[in-house]
Write a protein that binds this ligand. Structure first.
Ligand SMILES: [Zn+2]
Length: 150
């Protein structure tokens, strides 16, 4: 019971106004590693393939028992990106960020992940730029993996 009370208290203490991930049994490990500031994805040890996004079985070989959560370097390149200049319904939570960048990051291990690219003027971002993950602790439980040039 004390654990439940703590989680209620912590979720009420946040003032984060944007969308938060909805954790499922498949995605929960990913977010728990993010909370520890570790970028991990599923990896099939049977056929040596990365799996992203989280799945119950390997899409390459169908195996269910050889999937492990493996740590990535967090280093990658911008495979593609878009600059957001307008948000739906002029959502105030996002309005303050405009313009901002959503990138498709190709990690050096191979998987591609969508995320924000921050910390640099939007005019200086190009496809192929090297980026490194960092974690934005938006609530006590949720740390969002984001990327910045290095
Ligand atoms: Zn496999």
């Amino acid at each position: 019971m004390p654990d439940q009370e703590e989680s209620v208290a912590s979720s009420q203490s946040t003032s984060y106004a944007k969308f938060l991930p909805e954790l499922s049994s498949l995605t929960k490990p990913f977010w728990e590693y993010c909370e520890k500031h570790e970028l991990r994805m599923q990896y099939c040890a049977k056929c040596s393939q990365w799996i992203w996004y989280p799945k119950a079985w390997c899409p390459s070989c169908g195996d269910r028992k050889s999937i492990e959560w493996r740590k990535l370097s967090g280093v990658g390149t911008i495979y593609s990106f878009t600059i957001i200049r307008q948000v739906i319904d002029n959502s105030p939570a996002f309005q303050a960020d405009i313009p901002f960048i959503i990138g498709l990051i190709e990690l050096e291990e191979g998987p591609r992940i969508y995320s924000n690219v921050t910390g640099t003027p939007i005019d200086s971002v190009s496809i192929g730029d090297r980026v490194m993950v960092y974690f934005d602790d938006v609530t006590q439980e949720i740390s969002l993996p984001k990327f910045r040039k290095y």
